[in-house]
Design a protein around this ligand. Sequence first.
Ligand code: MN3
Length: 230
Amino acid sequence: MNTKLALAAIALWALPAWAGEAPFRLAPLPYPPEALEPHIDRQTMEIHHGRHHRAYVDNLNAQVASQPELAGLSLEELQGKISKFNAAVRNNGGGHYNHALFWQLLAPPGKGGAPSRELGAAIDRDFGSLEKLKALFGQAAVGRFGSGWAWLVVTPGGKLAITSTPNQDNPRMDVVEQRGEPILALDVWEHAYYLKYQNRRADYVAAFWHLVNWAEVSRRFAAASPPPAR
Ligand code: MN3
């Protein structure tokens, strides 16, 4: 056995017992951790993804031992049934879903494109303009007391709406007031911005608009919207 194989064997042996069947996994970031600079710094991304997000995944997988029905659910399905589970599943299942989504909704500065024609029309219809959407979303993000998230969602009625949730809750959960399909998200936990922005959450929220992956937001909008009436 060569050295690499031997090391791999040892690494497998050292994993916790549930790891062989751990249903949830941490995907790599879709860009290098420094790609969002100067708006979000490399160290924040490394800690946020590699430690905070990883902990949500590990803690969620640890719950599978006592709640085997968890293993049969996709991450998306779990959100809609979150009321059936304990607080650890709600916090870590939400944390995993929210972060996995958040990374995809960001792009390096100048790489995020613009809202699709259809999304742009819906933004004008429901908010008046993209600038007004940004102002209202920013108010939701800055106004969320303590830790939580701001969201742009497609409601069950097919409208765009802005909402915010505490902790790791999200609009897919069957426990929140304003439900919908999230198409844009912003993490306003201090761990998301404190190293660079300290207490200046509003500056972090303003910088976020340089990083929005509008191509991905538009894709999610199209997938979440009912087909146009004929
Ligand atoms: Mn976070």
